[in-house]
Design a protein around this ligand. Structure first.
Ligand code: PAD
Ligand code: ZN
Ligand code: ZN
Length: 376
């Protein structure tokens, strides 16, 4: 049946308010307006950033909302003026858009397009309306994507065509977790061959940082987590040593300083914990070290440290989506995966039917899953 131009009724996981489970509902998805596309989502992963909203750590998120931002699917229909994709194309939705026209998109060093909703959480399309309704109520979108639904509508700046043969149940992780971690190592830190790295937090993001450090040729990759169950996988992916801060009396930065004769070249915070951000900074070499903040800390939280820590020459930086310009880079990341430059199978720990989405969140909270991929 041709659904072009029609409202589609389908299943979606609606979060009516923070601190509640997601609720599987029938929603209506309006057709795409000009420069928008409607996507049939076929696989979507659960990322900690989705859970931050459920936990209420993202203060200004508008409700009700359809979360989800790491996914792959097929274009169902396109609005007027859309040129970069057509119905039937395999695509990845981009939570970090690339409009190609704003100040960031024309700055070669920036990747944070002005169309991004990160930190703003307006949760609406560019005409300030939503394409989702449920039980007569407007439902907001989440960081330009909303993928916990059978169908979603996104701006053309927030979607990119990928290889026709791409395995969607795998490449969905390129929509967030893999690219964020991998890019933080190879693109943001620019890890060099022979260097020493420390990765704090071994979820989907931290493990992807490890993959990046290994591809870059780091000679030591020290993986740190308070949950030692995470170590086996970290080692399989390239960690050379694993340490649990709970096994040490001294602060973790002292342990790392000692292990590395004066600090690591690169450290990565992949948790979203402000204290660990400072530990990561202290773990790096006082004048040659670089620390990358990847984790998302709760809204309004503050990081505090003595300026001397950076005055001596350390670099502290951060990036969204591994510093990648999304439209330019995602198709290549997919092709590189397909050609075997890296593999993501170890990140995809669980697979669940869409209706069991709350179980997927539980697995993440209990530290049992890396990525749960939901299928429809
Ligand atoms: P996750 O919850 O799967 O992994 C976090 C890991 O950190 C777990 O293994 C925990 O056991 C571990 N941990 C918790 N506290 C500590 C501690 N004090 N010391 C050491 N280890 C600890 O999350 P994830 O990998 O999906 O995401 C990690 C963060 O990255 C999270 O804050 C998420 O919001 C953020 C993120 N950032 C971007 C971006 O573009 N910058 C994109 C996607 C996710
Ligand atoms: Zn994410
Ligand atoms: Zn832009």
């Amino acid at each position: 049946m041709d659904t072009t131009g029609k409202v589609i009724k389908c299943r979606a996981a609606v979060l009516w308010e923070a601190h509640k489970p997601l609720s599987i509902e029938e929603i209506e998805v309006a057709p795409p307006k000009a420069h928008e596309v409607r996507i049939k989502i076929l696989a979507t992963g659960i990322c900690r950033s989705d859970d931050h909203v459920v936990e209420g750590a993202i203060a200004n998120q508008k409700f009700p909302v359809i979360l989800g931002h790491e996914a792959a699917g097929i274009i169902e229909s396109v609005g007027e003026g859309v040129t970069s994709v057509k119905p039937g194309d395999k695509v990845i939705p981009l939570f970090l858009p690339q409009c190609g026209e704003c100040r960031s998109c024309v700055e070669p060093k920036s990747n944070l397009c002005y169309k991004a909703d990160i930190g703003k959480h307006f949760g609406l399309m560019s005409d300030n309306t939503s394409r989702f309704t449920c039980k007569g109520q407007v439902v907001h979108n989440f960081i330009c994507t909303s993928t916990f639904t059978e169908y979603t509508v996104v701006d053309e700046a927030s979607v990119v065509k990928i290889h026709d043969d791409a395995p969607l149940d795998k490449v969905c992780v390129i929509g967030c977790g893999f690219s964020t971690g991998y890019g933080s190592a190879v693109n943001v830190a620019k890890v060099e061959a022979g260097s020493t790295c420390a990765v704090f937090g071994l979820g989907g993001i931290g493990l992807s940082v490890i993959i990046g450090c290994k591809v870059a040729g780091a000679s030591r990759i020290i993986a740190i987590d308070v949950n030692s169950d995470k170590f086996a996988k970290a080692k399989e992916l390239g960690a050379t040593e694993c340490i649990n801060p709970k096994d040490h009396e001294n602060p973790i930065h002292e342990v790392l300083q000692k292990m590395t004769n004066g600090g690591v070249h690169y450290s990565f915070e992949c948790i979203g914990n402000t204290e660990v951000m400072v530990s990561a900074l202290r773990s790096s070499h006082f004048s040659a070290g670089t620390t990358v903040i990847v984790g998302v800390a709760p809204s309004f939280s503050k990081v505090s440290f003595e300026p001397m820590l950076v005055l001596t020459g350390r670099t502290l930086k951060g990036a969204i989506f591994g510093g990648y310009r999304s439209k330019d880079c995602v198709p290549q990341l997919v092709s590189d995966l397909m050609s075997g430059k890296y593999e993501v199978d170890k990140l995809l720990s669980h697979k669940l039917p869409f209706n069991e989405i709350n179980k997927g969140f539980e697995l993440l909270r209990k530290g049992e899953s890396i990525r749960t991929v939901l299928h429809f």
